[in-house]
Write a protein that binds this ligand. Structure first.
Ligand code: PRP
Ligand code: GLN
Ligand code: SF4
Ligand code: MG
Length: 467
């Protein structure tokens, strides 16, 4: 689930983009990149593995001149975590350029790539996203938006895209609307971002969501919006509200803080823990849900787990070794608050169980008498193919064990998950129009024909490293 950010028509667009990417760091920690286009229409790119703070020194930022920029923080879902797969992609085409930043995952990427390769295309990455660049290069539409619309016909799955064609910035959101994308105004310019928290950091004024199926073009002639893609049922990702987005953002027009508190309150109603002395969150993503639980149950909310803020997110780490190492150094319990107590530990989700297992023994080691685990989402039982790297079913702990086995495996005194209906009832836009496939196993579209191949890079087979 990557973060994307773009600017049109503001001085030092790259510096603003870097700020925006800081706000979207939680959406991708593997690599970061910026493409900037100057007044002479020269495009320059800077990409690096790691965090935004590690990627752009003064030298890189000085080189990224101009009033147009797009940026990306990557959390890989198709193609390895490697510099050849850092985004934005920048390609030279017919004495101009195409730059592209993608949040989402294309379900027919393997087929798209195969068709293009059969037609002679040479790919330079193993990402699904690159197929769209090739398709834009081949499109013949009379306007930039017509070219993008033509290129996206037949592209299936989830995408929010920021594209630069020459000196036009284009924005596109798939007709199902899985991933969030918003736009704002900054003086006479425009800003586009995955989440509203990134508009806030640059002082942009929120204008509206980019609509599912909408393509927007901004250039010297102004802003144009077209709806040229076949309409489809709306499937906003419920997991954005549960875990992914920041609570200071509004996604799909609804406040994430509000939805998480509502999830926590609903959890307290569905799975109470009578007699518990305190409630605490597994920081940071479940802070608001735990507040909701405490509020509804009348149990006191404590900061019983302290999180090291120099350690990033665990679940989106690409390797198990990385995830194990992170959990170990990320949390420390406050013994004073836990000793002799019956406690409710609230988290927003259990995926592989890495976090919960590690924390239950930590909390017991700090003296907790009883540990009641409460989860502000339903059990995750199926993989996601729309932009979150929820893994193969075999790695999903709730798909592999019965409730009693989970209680024993996690080492808790009790375990309560929110129901799917309860989860959907907490969504700010109401329960309809959400994707819940990873919780229900009900996929709203055809799933990839070869998911392992897609994850590995769409049949590229060989990964070429850049030294
Ligand atoms: O069951 P697991 O496989 O361990 O994955 C689930 C855990 O990971 C997530 O938090 P994460 O640490 O990624 O993000 P955060 O720091 O923003 O809370 C989530 O909130 C759970 O705590
Ligand atoms: N999480 C995402 O949005 C990933 C975008 C794209 N599929 C990639 O792997 O780079
Ligand atoms: S499968 Fe789950 S994580 Fe993926 S888009 Fe649907 S709700 Fe979101
Ligand atoms: Mg978390």
């Amino acid at each position: 689930m990557c973060g994307i950010f773009g600017v049109y028509g503001v001085r030092d667009a790259a510096a603003l983009t870097q700020l925006g990417l800081y706000s979207l760091q939680h959406r991708g920690q593997e690599s970061a990149g910026i493409v900037a286009v100057d007044d002479a229409r020269h495009a320059r790119v800077s990409r690096a593995m790691g965090l935004v703070s590690e990627g752009f020194g003064d030298e890189e930022m000085d080189a990224l001149r101009g009033p147009i920029a797009i940026g990306h923080t990557r959390y890989s879902t198709a193609g390895a975590s490697a510099i050849e797969n850092a985004q934005p992609i920048l390609a030279r085409v017919r004495r101009s350029h195409i730059a592209l930043a993608h949040n989402g995952n294309l379900t027919n990427a393997v087929e798209l790539r195969r068709d293009l390769e059969d037609g002679g295309a040479i790919f330079s990455s193993t990402m699904d996203s690159e197929a769209i660049v090739h398709r834009i290069a081949r499109a013949h539409g009379a306007t930039p938006e017509a070219r993008v619309a033509e290129a996206l016909q037949g592209v299936e799955g989830a995408y929010c895209l920021l594209i630069v064609l020459d000196d036009t910035v284009l924005v596109a959101r798939d007709p199902h609307g899985w991933r969030p994308l918003v736009m704002g105004r900054l003086g006479d310019g425009w800003v586009f971002a995955s989440e509203t928290c990134a508009l806030d950091i640059v002082g942009a004024v929120y204008e509206r969501e980019v609509q599912p199926g909408e393509i927007i073009a901004v250039d010297a002639h102004g802003l144009r919006s077209v709806h040229a893609l076949p309409p489809a049922p709306i499937n906003r990702c419920v997991f954005e509200h549960v875990y992914f987005a920041r609570p200071d953002s509004a996604v799909f027009s609804g406040s994430v803080d509000r939805s998480r508190r509502a999830l926590g309150r609903q959890l307290a109603r569905e799975c109470p823990a009578p007699g518990a002395d305190i409630v605490f969150a597994v920081p940071d993503s479940s802070n608001s849900a735990a507040l909701g639980f405490a509020d509804e149950s009348g149990t006191s909310y404590e900061l019983a787990l302290i999180r090291n803020h120099y350690i990033g997110r665990t679940f989106i780490q690409p390797t198990q070794a990385g995830r194990d190492a992170k959990v170990k150094v990320k949390y420390n319990p406050v013994r004073e608050l836990l000793e002799g107590k019956s406690v409710v530990m609230v988290d927003d989700s259990i995926v592989r169980g890495t976090t919960t297992r590690g924390l239950v023994s930590l909390v017991r080691g700090a003296g907790a008498r009883e540990v009641h685990m409460r989860v502000s989402s339903a059990p995750i039982i199926s993989p996601c193919y729309y932009g979150i790297d929820t893994p193969r079913r075999e790695e999903l702990i709730a798909a592999q064990m019965t409730h009693d086995e989970l209680v024993r495996h996690l080492g808790v005194d009790s375990l309560g998950y929110l129901s799917i209906d309860g989860m959907l009832s907490a969504m700010p836009e109401g329960p309809d129009g959400y994707c819940h496939a990873c919780f229900s196993g009900k996929y709203p579209t055809a799933t990839p024909s070869e998911p392992e191949l897609l994850r590995a890079g769409g049949g590229a087979g060989l990964s070429i490293g850049i030294a």
